[in-house]
Design a protein around this ligand. Structure first.
Ligand code: ZN
Length: 54
């Protein structure tokens, strides 16, 4: 049974072109730092580091 309140929606933005490419869910209980994921950016046309943004 999933508990409410720990999972929040975050937006991941490319660190190179600043385009927000991805929405993700994170568990604030398990992940206290900002999310950083290597993902494909369709604007840069390559994999770039995406960071959590508001
Ligand atoms: Zn990009």
């Amino acid at each position: 049974m999933a508990k409410k309140g720990n999972r929040v929606k975050v937006t991941l933005a490319c660190t190179e072109c600043k385009v927000r490419n991805y929405d993700n869910m994170k568990n604030t209980k398990n992940t206290t730092e900002k999310l950083e994921l290597n993902k494909y950016c369709s604007t840069c046309k390559k994999h770039t580091l995406h960071k959590e943004s508001k």
